[in-house]
Design a protein. Sequence first.
Length: 449
Amino acid sequence: MPALEANDIIGTSPRLSHCLGRADAVADTDATVLVLGESGVGKDLLARRIHGMSRRAGSSFVAVNCAAIPRDLFESEFFGHVKGAFSGATQDRKGRLETAQGGTLFLDEIGETPPELQGKLLRALQNMSFERVGDDRTRHVDVRVIAATNRSLADDTFAGRFRRDLYYRISAFPIEMPALRERPEDIPALAEHFLTESSTRLRRRRARLAPEQISRLQTHDWPGNIRELKNVIERAVIIGAPYDFDGILPPASRSIPHAPEREPSLTAPGIGFLTATEFAAFERSNLIAALEQAHWRVSGPGGAAELLGMKPSTLSSRLKALAIERPAPGSLFARLGGQGRIAAFARDLLGRMQADPQVGRHWADRSPVGIHREEKLLVQYLCSALGGPITYTGRSMVHAHVHLKITKSDWSVFLQHLEATFDALGLDTGLRRDLVNTVETLRADVVTA
């Protein structure tokens, strides 16, 4: 497939320019890219741009819509099959992974991959090896992977709908495509492009867009993004000039509301019941979350009591009963950003290690429930060890890891992932140094092989 030109993505807005800058920076590497964005923003075009600017531009760009593959044909579609593997398999067939050999495999809507097949996909992407359905022979490929989704994979991972290790495997370099409403300055150029394209294809006279028509397009919310804009322009061309966008665009009330994204709550209890110890931990975490939101003000407008719908005296009583005190401003807990940031820190670090080919073996036989429990204990431990208002009640870190036979090499990999998590959270040099010094106190007891 020939390399694509930079002008295949139209626009010069700051949001789009930032996105394209990240794409261009990663293009000449083999890093796995995760393209995020709403439906219709052009994630496939960005993937093709990355491929077209890479050393693989002369090889195949193979696109797979994970949402369109029937569940029972998923393995065959990805990995291929041999003759007789199942009813209707009359000849050997290559899968998409093998077809992309030497090039780029684009996994569109990867969040729609069936949960029971995510493990097989992870193994194939991790090792770049697979077996065709009905065949024992392991085949190896050299493929660059770009994935895309309009879902919040972080939320899906937290909820157990998407494998944590697969999420971290594909999100080595995330790029977010901005929604069209976030770059209205690009709408005139896009509209003119679609106007020329539609007029030529439909053999209609092309008229220019008046300033008031462009202004009308720029004030629309565009819930369908660039795809919707293209369709609107095409309808206008069919109706004919002068273009009446007020008669074509849906009313503003139709626009889909876009709620701000929130981190999934780490205090939400699971299905079933909580023991007294679990409930106390949940309540403590919930109260601290409210206090952090209120900047540790208990009463008054915007205080934690108001946020929780409690009387200040009741909240003060619960804080005393649960031994919750405001952490010292200079503590690592406060410097890191409190409970929410520590939870994000723990999730990121655990996810990177679980997806690592070497140290990931320590999580290979654990269930999602067990991994989630470990994550909660790690958050509790870090909040306690870093000077926060939470008391750690689990096994000591040394006792919890003594049976795992952690090697010096494992520890080195752990430190590499720790640095990557520092980068992901944007921690400053001083905080990084102090955190590493705290972690290093465990090395002698944790490294046992």
